[in-house]
Write a protein that binds this ligand. Structure first.
Ligand code: DOR
Ligand code: ZN
Length: 344
């Protein structure tokens, strides 16, 4: 039986760090294990200009525990007023590694997102020209589309038309949740990547809704049927370069989760690697874990893989069930089974 696992240091290709007290509390949870992360720009107000991304990067670096080598990879929030030249300059300077598309109203702090795609065409064309990836929150927002169908409908009605209209645009389908998204991603060329979260590999919609409602499992896109979870596990553990880890670890205080209208997001930064090792082990796919956590993402983003390593051993990890912040506690994602891999 395998009892230790050494991997190139992982990166997280989709992470919410927030700001202020929350940033200070959650950043060490990621920096402990990960080398780099793509930092989501959905602050209030959102990170829309290069100057804002630069200032946010400085706040993150100032909040890093002493001696950590973690590197934040910044993104810009795409709005209908985004200036293509600002985006291109931010990319050329090495500051910005992706632009994030939120359909207006799709999720937390997405009000400034895109409603009319004609108004972002010039930016998308500029991005295609310079190879700057577009990270896409792939859900339609139409109230008449069932929430469980919003990802599949988005692929047909929005994503595929944008890609056809913008040849060369490099796209990351973020936090995919359906077999439809897996099949679409598999059928495309290497200008398309897809991130998969930790939580979508272990929960389906029953975990949220059967036997009582579990707000800590509510996130967007919402977890789907078991057959979709299985398609995600097959994709993640396949070793295919198309799929890589983006945790979408999204901290909200318990006070903001446990409300009549609670916030969407699962906080998985603390125990992601223990959970993933177990998921891959159960699939007899431990030899593909490093591709998913540490190699496929840098390959897509055209960055070198990390050169240092982390080691996991076969023993129960110990971590708190919540993280204290000056705004109140944040509950750590509960995978619902006992974990057996610990990061040393
Ligand atoms: O569950 C989610 N939480 N999905 C998102 O798209 C946003 C995120 C957040 O920022 O809380
Ligand atoms: Zn997210």
């Amino acid at each position: 039986m395998t009892t230790t696992l050494t991997l190139r240091r992982p990166d997280d290709w989709h992470l919410h760090l927030r700001d202020g007290a929350m940033l200070r509390a959650v950043l060490p949870e990621t920096a402990r294990h990960f080398g780099r992360a793509i930092i989501m720009p959905n602050l209030v107000p959102p990170v829309v200009t290069a100057a804002q991304a630069m200032a946010y990067r400085e706040r993150i670096c100032a909040a890093l525990p002493e001696g950590t080598g973690f590197t934040p990879l910044m993104t810009l929030y795409l709005t209908e007023d985004t200036n293509p030249e600002d985006v291109a300059a931010a990319h050329a300077s090495g500051l910005v590694h992706a632009v994030k598309l939120y359909p207006a109203g799709a999720t937390t702090n997405s009000a400034s997102g895109v409603s009319n795609f004609d108004n972002v065409r010039a930016t998308l064309e500029r991005m295609a020209g310079i190879g700057l990836p577009l990270c896409v929150h792939g859900e339609v927002t139409d109230s008449d589309i069932d929430i469980f169908d919003r990802e599949a409908v988005f692929i047909d009605r929005v994503l595929d038309p944008i890609r056809r209209a913008t040849p060369g645009l490099r796209v990351v389908m973020e936090h995919i949740t359906t077999s439809d998204a897996v099949e679409y991603a598999r059928a495309q060329g290497d200008d398309l990547g897809a991130t998969i979260t930790t939580h979508h590999l272990v929960i389906n919609r029953n975990h949220i809704l059967a036997g009582g409602i579990r707000p800590h499992y509510y996130c967007l896109p919402v977890a789907k049927r078991e057959q979709h979870r299985q398609a995600l596990v097959t994709a993640a553990t396949s070793g295919s370069a198309r799929f890589f880890l983006g945790t979408d670890s999204a901290p909200h205080t318990d006070a903001n989760k446990l409300l009549p209208c609670g916030c969407a997001g699962c906080f998985t930064a603390t125990n992601t690697l223990s959970i993933l090792a177990q998921v891959f082990e159960e699939q007899n796919a431990l030899e593909h874990l490093e591709r998913f956590t540490s190699l496929n993402g840098p390959g897509f983003y055209r960055l070198p893989a990390n050169t240092d390593t982390i080691t996991l051993e076969k023993s129960a990890p110990d971590y708190p069930d919540h993280i204290e912040t000056d705004d109140g506690p944040v509950t750590v994602f509960d995978p619902g089974f006992a974990l057996t891999w610990k990061v040393l």
